[in-house]
Design a protein around this ligand. Structure first.
Ligand code: ATP
Ligand code: RIB
Length: 302
């Protein structure tokens, strides 16, 4: 059955600067190219979910500027329910400046803008969208208090909560206790557990600590090494596919959106869902940009 997913998250216009390498302090250098593409962790995850067939709704905020108009247009065109995206008069839509080096490494500088101006009233107004969903997903590019408020509504209504704790931030255990599935990458998992993740064993140790902190299901993504998962019933490493990665921006977002589109409500088929998400993100890393590189279900199955 088609999954109903609600995402509380960020909407950014990504400005991608392709450069040979990072400039040194005081150095001026030419970039190779300058492109813009839709992005933001929330928006990317929503696009990944909807392109994999999920009925997807978004809770967020943009400004009444050109980037806001463009991003709303992209989300609507992709059949995402935007009724709970508010437009702030005079607000500045989120922006991300992505420095993409020839080595494939990226460094990102974010201006949170209206993503950080989502209010408690906005969350309360959107409560039906949360209550009617199978899954509520959030990431850390919006205010953490709003995530706690939305997760509390979800938890009280038996809607499963999925937390992508990215970018890395310190959090209280209270939020973890109302999280059903957490999906950090290795850096975020280290921040949450204190364990430096270098391999399967260290990923397993970090996943156990997250379970002790109150999250029943854990997936730690490990970039080109794949993803480690731990649930009450099973655990293991699903290796990534070997591809020619040129831009890994939104690999994690694609993974999460695609994963949730396939998950059973009781999260009993995590392994199969990770296999699907692994294929999805292996496609994303082969193309430049976030939203333009996120595949459809048809492309993934092919
Ligand atoms: P980002 O912040 O860039 O969106 P992330 O750090 O949250 O990504 P990663 O752990 O880098 O997430 O990647 C998520 C998943 O994407 C991995 O588990 C893997 O399946 C896939 N992936 C990432 N990088 C590669 C790669 N170079 N080749 C193939 N698959 C990859
Ligand atoms: O996860 C990738 C996203 O992080 C980019 O699209 C950028 O907007 C930043 O928020």
């Amino acid at each position: 059955m088609m999954k109903k997913i609600t995402i509380l998250g960020s909407i950014n216009m990504d400005v991608i600067l392709e450069i040979v390498r990072l400039p040194k302090p005081g150095e001026t250098m030419e970039m190779k190219s300058l492109t813009t593409a839709g992005g933001g962790k929330g928006a990317n995850q929503a696009i990944a979910a909807v392109r994999s067939g999920a009925d997807t709704a978004f809770i967020g905020k943009v400004g009444d500027d050109a980037y806001g108009e463009k991003m709303l247009g992209i989300l609507k065109k992709n059949n995402i329910d935007t009724a709970e995206i508010t437009i702030k008069k005079g607000g500045q839509t989120g922006q991300a400046y992505i420095l993409l080096q020839e080595s494939g490494q990226n460094s990102i500088i974010i201006s949170g803008g209206t993503n950080l101006e989502i209010t408690t009233e906005d969350v309360i107004k959107a409560q039906n969208s949360i209550k009617n969903a199978d899954f509520l997903i959030a990431q850390f590019e919006v205010n953490l208090d709003r995530i706690a408020e939305a997760f509390t509504i979800a938890h009280e209504n038996k809607v499963k909560t999925i937390l992508n704790p990215a970018p890395a931030k310190n959090i209280t255990n209270d939020l973890l206790k109302i999280t059903d599935l957490i999906t950090p990458n290795e850096i975020e998992a280290q921040m949450l557990t204190g364990i430096k993740i270098i391999d399967e064993n260290t990923a397993a140790a970090a996943a156990r600590i997250l379970r002790e902190k109150g999250v029943e299901n854990v997936i730690i993504t490990l970039g080109s090494q794949g993803a480690y998962y731990l649930t009450e019933q099973e655990e293991g490493l699903i290796p990534a596919l070997r591809v020619n990665a040129i831009d890994t921006t939104a690999a994690g977002d694609t993974f999460i959106g695609a994963l949730c589109s396939q998950l059973e409500n009781k999260l009993t088929n995590i392994k199969e869902a990770i296999n699907y998400a692994t294929k999805a993100s292996s496609i994303t890393v082969q193309t430049l940009g976030a939203i333009p590189s996120i595949p459809t279900r048809k492309q993934i199955n092919k």
